[in-house]
Design a protein around this ligand. Sequence first.
Ligand SMILES: [Zn+2]
Length: 437
Amino acid sequence: MARRTRTRRRAGSLKSQLRRLRHPGALLFALLLGIVCAVAVSELYKPTAHARHFTKSAGGARTEPAIVLEGEDPGIEVLLSALDGNAQVSFACAGGWIARDAGGREIGRTTGNAPSIVALSQIGRLSLRGGDTGSPFFVVEPMSNEPLQIGKYTYRGTAVFRAADRGVRVINRVSLEQYLVSVVGSEMYASSTAPAALEAQAIAARTYARYAIEELGRNPIPDSQEAQAYFGVSRETAATRAAVLATRSQILMFQGAILPAFYHSTCGGQTIDGSALIGAKAPPPLRGGPCGYCEHGKLYRWSVHVNQRTLSSICASFNIGKTCARVEPRGSAEDPWNSILLTGSAGQTVVSSKQLRQHVTKLTPNVNFPSPFVTDVEPDRDGVIIKGRGFGHGVGLCQIGAAEMGRRGFGAGQILQKYYPGAAVVAGRDGREVAIR
Ligand SMILES: [Zn+2]
């Protein structure tokens, strides 16, 4: 609720504050502040201006101009997680690039396509192509419409390089709408998913991004499942682009606040209350409910074998003995945070299935334990077989279910009402509610 109040206050605040500034000095100050902010914002979103002219390259969506909503696109900064903290990072751009420091001063450029290396030169400073830049930060902008190759993937927009504690941090700055063209294709199988489901995914992803930035203050947002998957240009298709264009600027709101539009792969039959994930009482659209559309999903039901050695390590870590005698579920099948009773050689303890999952995943990273929704545990010759349902946290939209609804002919609006009941779809700066099928 506190978040909702904050959003409302922010929405109407600037106008009313300016109205209160009757003193001439205060007005001058406000004017100067406005100019400074405008410069800062234009600096921040320069990459979108660049991305707007992207036209080139081989086939599909890459031949289309990048999507930028003039004056409306807030832009986004995405942390390239796989590269974070690497000792050095390689990048290239077919059309050449220019590097600028925080003051906008050019510190390097090349017109060739040869990879360039960024590394720490000394604590808090970066080197570029072997030369110390004297700076902890610089931005690389493509000179043409070609995207930047950074590590394994290519990205629209620009790259921000920062000196991190032990290595290099890379952030991709891109327009929000263009980011979504990739997110929709990174989160769903675009080629086999109906347009309505891709549109629902685009609205959910746009909402989640804005919630993360505006409500949680997450900047940059990670490119991993921790937030939203984002693999750059490689996951853009004509279908994901169409889904973003068809829903441009549309987000989900509930009672004037941006909805924390969580989504996940497979709920396993029942989406759950999002309070634990949100860290506050979930608004009504995120209280969970029956799904009925993901039964065919590969991870609707699953089982995983955990061997005795792993179980004993887990019991030892909870100080209940060096060997583990029994593992028994203690919650109901519909309780998402099932309790598990562990009996070790020297005692017992109750852990959540989420904790059990974390321990198993840490000790045996090759074992796939898709969700914390444990429905049963069966003893096995060596350890136990844990049975469960679904893949992901289970809150909000079930992607496998949404794809099935799309296949059966439901519209994006109907899919969103199924998984976020009572939420409104709004669009544009004025936040007008739109009716979509
Ligand atoms: Zn489902």
